[in-house]
Design a protein around this ligand. Structure first.
Ligand SMILES: Nc1nc2c(ncn2[C@@H]2O[C@H](COP(=O)(O)OP(=O)(O)OP(=O)(O)O)[C@@H](O)[C@H]2O)c(=O)[nH]1
Ligand SMILES: [Mg+2]
Length: 326
């Protein structure tokens, strides 16, 4: 049986192998995506993002337990799970993950960020497809909300939870970086710490000023949690379910799916075009144009135009030849 068939029959090892395949990318990954894609589109994708160390992993762990108690199966993709900021958290993550992984209804996987152009967003998007096809009801994606590709990953979810916490210095600072706008649910974690109410108030004020709230008819709820004690995680799970219900009832689930499909298609098209174009350019031509630009003989836009023109000429030539053959 092939990997994808094994995945569809519920084989966890196949799921793990497929995620690895997605990390590696290339033609085998594309073939696998083509085979499993018709089986996706059923999971509720939940992005969990926020500044480093706010308690995202701890909350994801608690949410996973909560959803399991509601008879939902859970997949977790943690992107670059430990930032240098919270240092020792990795061990805690490992222990938590181990506890969870004895439950067949939970599948956890962390993604290595490989740093190639667009690679992380692609690999994570494809890993989510694996867990979706695997039949998980909910797929949570944890990413640190710093950097464009992480925000992009979080945005590619049906429901986005932004986790904030007191004691991160400037509260507004903590939720800048484009995070406020993408939140469907705000969690103020570490409510046991001083300053939690002030963090909550700041967020509420920003919401009242009409910032954020990306969809009509949905005001992002603010939920206080002490994830470390599991306090408030049921309320967050409620909010996640309410948001999905809202997306369905308002017809926005369809709109959002269309938007996500379009964004993914654009991203893939851009990468494909670029890599094919770079393949097509002859070494001498590349060196020549680089030198021209460096020496101010040619501006970079005109150089890029030249490259594009010769690329399309070359590919048009290929099509013509094909046309003659057939
Ligand atoms: N006091 C308190 N500490 C918490 C709470 N939730 C998490 N922590 C602690 O905060 C630290 C960071 O928690 P993580 O869950 O690893 O945070 P994270 O956002 O996943 O961190 P990164 O993935 O590294 O960005 C850990 O030491 C947790 O034990 C909470 O509700 N209260
Ligand atoms: Mg984490």
């Amino acid at each position: 049986m092939g990997l994808v068939d094994r995945l569809l029959s519920g084989d966890r090892r196949a799921a793990a192998q497929l995620v690895t395949l997605m990390e590696d990318g290339g033609p085998p990954a594309r073939e696998a995506v083509a085979a499993l894609y018709p089986h996706t589109g059923h999971a509720h994708i939940v992005g969990v993002t926020g500044s480093p160390g706010t308690g995202k992993s701890t909350l994801v762990y608690e949410l996973a337990k909560e959803f399991r108690s509601r008879d939902k199966t859970v997949g977790i993709v943690a992107v670059d799970p430990t930032s240098p900021f919270s240092g020792g958290a990795l061990l805690g993550d490992r222990i938590r993950m181990q506890k969870l992984s004895t439950d067949e209804g939970i599948f956890i996987r962390s993604m290595a960020s490989r740093g190639q152009l667009g690679g992380l967003a692609r690999a994570t998007g494809d890993a989510i497809k694996v867990l979706d096809a695997f039949g998980r009801d909910i797929v949570m994606v944890e990413t640190v909300g710093a950097g464009q590709s992480e925000v992009e990953i979080a945005r590619a979810a049906h429901t986005v939870i932004v986790v904030d916490a007191p004691g991160l210095g400037d509260d507004i600072q903590a939720i800048k970086a484009g995070l406020f706008e993408i939140a469907d649910i705000f969690v103020v974690n570490k409510a046991d710490r001083e300053g939690a109410d002030r963090t909550l108030l700041t967020l509420r004020m920003m919401l009242d000023m009409g910032e954020g709230s990306r969809e009509r008819g949905w005001r992002p709820p603010l939920v206080k949690t002490v994830a470390l004690q599991g306090e408030g995680s049921a309320l967050v799970a409620d909010a996640v379910e309410q948001h999905l219900a809202h997306l369905k009832e308002s017809g926005q689930l369809h709109i959002r799916s269309m938007r996500l499909a379009e964004e993914e298609l654009r991203r893939i098209l851009g990468q494909e075009l670029l890599s094919r174009l770079l393949d097509e350019i002859r070494e001498e031509q590349w060196e020549f144009l680089t030198k021209e630009v460096a020496e101010r003989e040619l501006d970079p836009y005109t150089a890029a135009d030249n490259l594009l023109a010769s690329f399309f000429q070359a590919t048009a030539g290929v099509d013509e030849r094909r046309g003659y053959e057939s």
